[in-house]
Design a protein. Sequence first.
Length: 401
Amino acid sequence: MAATETTEQREFREYCSAWLDEHKPPPTKIPLPQAAYEVTSEDHRTYLVDWQAKCYEAGLIATDVAKEYGGHGHDRFQQIASTEVRRAKVPYFINWIGLGMAAPTLLAHGTEEQRKSFLPPIFSGEDIWCQGFSEPGAGSDLVSLQTSAVKDGDNWVVNGSKVWTSLGHFAKWMLLLARTDKNDKYNGITYFIAPMGDQGVTVQPIHKMTGESGFNEVFLEEVVVPDHYRIDEVGKGWQVAMSTLTNERGAGTGVGAIASSESPFAAIEQLIALAKREKRNGRTLWEDPVWRDKLIKLYERTEAATQNFRRLGVKALNGGAMRIPLQGKLTGSELGQELHQTALSMLGMKSSLYIGDPNAEEDGRWALGYMNTYTGTISGGSSEIQRNILGERVLGLPKTK
C-alpha cells in the first residue's frame, strides 16, 4: 500500500493513526450495542455524538468533501481515514445514515442551499438522520410504496407510514420517499427531506428477537414538508432513491460512514482468538487441523473483502453499475453471518447462553452478533435482491420473471 501512496497520503495516514491512538475515548459504563442502529440509550447517544464531532473536527469525516459544504477539501483521503478508523477499533459513528446515505444523496442531487444547510450538522453528528423508504406493504418491492405527498401551495402534505426506520427515535430529519402521482408507478415518486420533530410524526419502536429496539415504525399524519425540502424534481424520486440505495449497499464510504464494530474485518481476529481458547478432547480448536483449515479459509475470504474495500476508491475498478460496492454488501453481510455461525459451532452447547448469563462466553456477544447479522443480509436489499442486481446490471443476464 505504501508504495502506491503519495507523500501527502502517507503523512495523512500517519496523522490519522496517531490521532486515533491518542484520542480513543474511554469505554462506556454500560457496553455499547454492536452497531449504531441498535442505540437507544440517551447516554450512548451523547457519548457517540461527542465522539463523531471530535473525529469530524480532526478531519476524519467529510475528508474529501468541499470546504463550502463543511468538508475538509482533500482528494482521495477519505478511504485512508475510514481504514484507519476501522483499524483502531474505536467506537462507530452514530450518524451512519446521515454520513452514508443523506450526505452522498445531497452531494449528488441536492441544491446548493440544501448542501450548505444540511451537510455540516450531518458530519458533526449534531443532526441525526433516518431513512423513510420501506413500508408495511412495500419492502423488497419498494416501488409499491403508498405514502402520499399532496401539493398545497409552497408545501406538501404527507400521509402514510414507514417501517424498519433505524434511529428514528433520535432523528431530526428523514430521507422520505412519497407518492405524488398514483397513476405512474415509477415516475410518480418524489424524494423529500422530512422534519421528524413536527406535529403529526409518531415514532413507535419495534422489538427484535435480540430484545433490542433500534428501529421503528413511523406514522405520518398531515405532516407539512416545505417544497424547498424536495430533493431533485417532482417525479424523480425513484432515480434519486437508486443513488441512495447504491450508497447503502456498500458505497457509503465517501464521508466516513462507520456504523458497526462487528464487521468481518474485526470478527475474524476475535474468532481465531476464540479457537485458541476453546478445547475439544484435550486440545484447542486451533490445534485441530479441520477447524484450522476452516478458519484459514474464512481468513482468506475476509482478506479478500478487505482488499475489495480498498478498491472502492478507484472508479475504474468498480466494473460498472457499482459492482464492487454491491458485491461487497452481498459477500460482506453473508461472511459476517458465517463468522458468527462458526463461533456458535465452536461454543457448542454454550452458544445457547445469552447476554446476562454469568456462564456465557464473552457475555453472549456471539449469539447476539449472529442474530444481528440478519440485519445486514436483509436491509438495503436482501441478498437475493443483490444477486438479481449483480446478475442483471453487471453480468447482463435476463431479468427474472
